[in-house]
Write a protein that binds this ligand. Structure first.
Ligand code: ASP
Length: 415
């Protein structure tokens, strides 16, 4: 019998997850069948995420250290740095501009009564952090004891330590070649584990989607439908048109080919709502399907998973305008520029975990004097919206690795 490809299995997983989710939500909360089904789905989904998280830290650590060591060996480090950070900022600027434009055009939240949400907001105590505090906190989180960062799974601190170690390994030269070989082999072993975990992806994705569909608060979705439509529409526009256009213009790769290569990561990102948990799969897609060299992908993708978040940036900007409309406050151009900047910082500072953007959203709201408690209105929607923005966050990382590879490659030819 012909083996069914992993992609087809994932597609079946998606369809089965959605269908069963709808069926369970139709049965109602009291039904024993639905309760048991949801319990099993919860367990399977969580185990799939656990497995991904299990390989995440060793993977990030080895892939960055090895990536940097190899880049320096090719004297490309400088170009890759510039291209990577430049691309991250560029794509997030586009995303925020899109989010702000759509929110200004469609004005979601207008006509709704702020008082309607008073109950939800009352019980919510937003953790406030001013912009300078947030900035200091962000800088502080970069440099941590590597052992505690590795143990806590604090990706940004692990990335920074691995970067520095990678540079030190090259500056040290021949003397440390054994360690480089050791790290390289460790990386290969971890990637082998990722391949094994991927075989469970169809099941894990089915379980996660089942839960997502079965536990949605449909009444609230209906009330905020306009806001949801604006956010989802613009996020998809950025993901499906802007990012793929960039890939096409820079590398000549057609959108279809890009999606075919990227889809495992996109579906997993949607199902898990976590760029970090998806990272092992993103890396695999970039290397194996999109043919980005390991040195480049191993550097751009882990860094992007915590810094480059187009979907989150777009969301934070659009949601701030939504809250302003809801509260009947008109934000002027200057205030919208502040939203622009804080949304960018908020997206960069948000770790790649579910609903992280909601936490940094508080800062965006505060920066222009909007009520931070309004986050409570957005939270019940977040499981759904987070799926879309995480998929676009992860897509942006893969696009970044393709663009950087092209850019650095051509620079080498020009030299
Ligand atoms: N869940 C998103 C991510 O992991 C972050 C966010 O909440 O926007 O990429």
């Amino acid at each position: 019998m012909k083996k069914i490809s992993l992609n087809t299995q994932i597609l079946f997983g998606v369809l089965a997850g959605i269908t069963l989710g709808l069926a369970f939500s139709g049965l109602g909360e009291e039904s024993a069948v639905a309760q048991t089904g949801l319990y099993i789905a919860g367990l399977v989904g969580a185990l799939f995420i656990d497995l991904l998280k299990m390989v995440l830290i060793p993977l990030v650590f080895t892939s960055i250290a090895v990536g940097v060591a190899n880049l320096r060996a090719h004297r490309q480090m400088h170009a890759v740095w510039k291209a990577t950070l430049g691309f991250f900022v560029f794509s997030m600027v586009l995303a925020i501009a899109l989010g702000l434009t759509a929110a200004n055009l469609f004005r979601p939240g207008e006509g709704l009564q702020f008082a309607m949400f008073q109950d939800a907001m009352q019980g919510f105590d937003a953790k406030r952090m001013s912009l300078p505090e947030f900035f200091a906190h962000f800088l502080h989180s970069l440099f941590q004891n590597p052992f505690s960062a590795l143990a806590r799974g604090d990706i940004l601190a692990v990335v920074v330590f691995a970067l520095l170690l990678g540079i030190a390994l090259v500056v040290g030269g021949e003397r440390y070649s054994n360690i480089i070989v050791l790290l390289r082999e460790l990386l290969e072993l971890v990637l082998m584990l990722v391949d094994w975990i991927m075989r469970l992806a169809p099941l894990g994705i089915m379980a996660l989607l089942l839960q997502l569909v079965a536990t949605q608060d449909t009444a609230l979705l209906a009330t905020l439908i306009k806001f949801i439509a604006v956010v989802v529409g613009t996020t998809l526009l950025h993901g499906a048109v802007v990012l793929t256009l960039i890939v096409y213009l820079v590398t000549g790769m057609t959108p279809l080919k890009f999606w075919r290569g990227a889809r495992e990561a996109l579906v997993t990102a949607f199902a898990t709502s976590s760029s970090s948990a998806t990272l092992p799969i993103t890396l695999r897609c970039a290397e194996q399907h999109l043919h980005v060299k390991r040195d480049i992908a191993g550097f751009v993708i882990p860094l992007g998973a915590t810094l480059n978040m187009d979907g989150t940036a777009l969301y934070e900007a659009a949601a701030a305008l939504f809250v302003a409309n809801l509260a009947g406050i008109e934000l002027n151009l200057m205030q919208q520029m502040i939203v622009f900047l804080t949304a960018m910082l908020g997206a960069m500072g948000a770790p790649g975990i579910p609903s992280a953007g909601m936490v940094t959203m508080v800062m965006v709201l505060q920066s222009v004097g909007l009520p931070a408690e309004a986050v409570a209105i957005l939270l019940p929607l977040d499981r759904l919206l987070d799926g879309f923005r995480t998929a676009v966050n992860v897509e942006g990382d893969m696009v970044g690795s393709l663009v950087v590879q092209k850019w650095v490659g051509s620079e080498r030819v020009n030299r």
